[in-house]
Design a protein around this ligand. Sequence first.
Ligand code: NAP
Length: 491
Amino acid sequence: MLDTALSVRETIQDKALVRSFSYINGKWCASATGDSFGVSDPASGDKLGDVTAMSAEESLAAVDAAQAAFPDWSGMLPQKRAAILRRWFELQIEHKEDLARIMVLEQGKPISEARGEIEYGAAFVEFYAEESKRPNIEGVTSHLPDAEVELWREPVGVAALITPWNFPSAMLTRKAAAALAAGCTVVAHPSGETPFSALALAELAERAGVPAGVFNVVTGSAPTVVEPWTRDPRVRALSFTGSTEIGKLLYRQSADTVKRLVMELGGHAPVIVFKGADLDVAVAETIKAKFATSGQDCLGANRIFVERPIYKEFCDRFTEATRRLTVGAGMEDPDIGPLMNEKAIAKQEEHVADALTKGAKLACGGKRHPLGPLFFEPTVLVDVPADALILSEETFGPVAPILPFDTEDEVIARANDSEFGLVAYVHSHDPRRIYRLSRALQFGMVAVNRTKVTGAPIPFGGTKQSGLGREGARQGMEEFTEIKYVCRDWA
Ligand code: NAP
């Protein structure tokens, strides 16, 4: 297979960041089968290039490499590992513009959001470069009169990382930096929709001095590449971000080898707006919570509950703000770009049609956008009935359903009535109410009077079927470690 992807190279400065081969054991490898898959620009539909599709056997070669590299990497002085991670962070920042452009071409998001994602993703590498020096900071007081006891945090071994297309850079750095800082070696599979961002990160990892075999990126069909990793006892941890459906599949596949699992799965975020909240803030923040990443965000608002006395005013203002949103190709930096694929567009259509059939009213949008087959109009549905699909399934697109509520108890029950529990947004100025809601909402994260809450120092993650474990913060690194207890008798 030829190393292609020429049209991506045309738009960036550092041409070597665009890679079409997998990165295994410090080498750029094409599959011996000659298989490849095409990647296209969701805005134009143009093909960007072909990327090699590794076989199951070749995917296991990445585990061989990661296993072989593990003793040296885990045994390296943490300060040295930290310096390599720090350099990887610096290179990501130095190449921010190129990385953002690669992302826009393959993912479609607005360029300013892509730049923000590079900074956000790099921040995890910076954070874990620091954190890698201090995993063993907890002592223990002995319960035995004549023995000394110690706890050590040790890296679990090879970690498999499986990342989605909606944040093709940050979802990889958030996992990889934590695993590498802990002393694990990594095999990663990026989504076939957006492999170029992950391959560019591998190129920068090599330049930063990450040794061969420590960080491997394997492209190809997800079941072909990932399934062998789930069965392989050498892979000790598996960290997945994606849909709850695939998360459950990987959970089952990993059972026989009892892997440590981190699962960042779907969300179905409620937004709850109470009378007395600052409506300007509530509308502006809910627009962000709904339409960032063109609605393709696990933190995306999927149910907007508004207290009845302010319901009409909120709906009017929210609809007006939605009408003002611009739609276009990511490079033009609109508010909303194209969706990822036809499946995503079909889901918007299904949710809109279902809600309207059941009695919701269309306030704006509601159909495909004339700009192209993967564009959808920013849409507002009001008076959405409780049995509408959109109130129980993740929409993952720019459709906002709004509905009224009457009491605090009622809205808490309705917000919690979901198999998901990733994030909930609350708008209120009553401190006691904020406290009660923060306690009662069954979500991993609660955001009050704001939308942006994530970042490297906080443990990101959900409850119920939104996932297992946390990413970011110290807790995110601990997911890739085991505790070893040593009890020494001095007698
Ligand atoms: P997806 O279909 O579950 O895919 C996620 C990843 O899994 C991709 O790399 C995909 O590869 C891979 N995959 C697909 N089938 C697989 C299989 N049989 N075995 C192993 N891997 C497989 O999800 P998506 O549509 O890409 O992303 C959207 C979902 O991710 C939403 O539900 C969203 O809420 C969730 N998400 C959650 C978070 C979070 O932090 N909680 C963050 C972002 C997204 P291919 O793409 O190559 O098929």
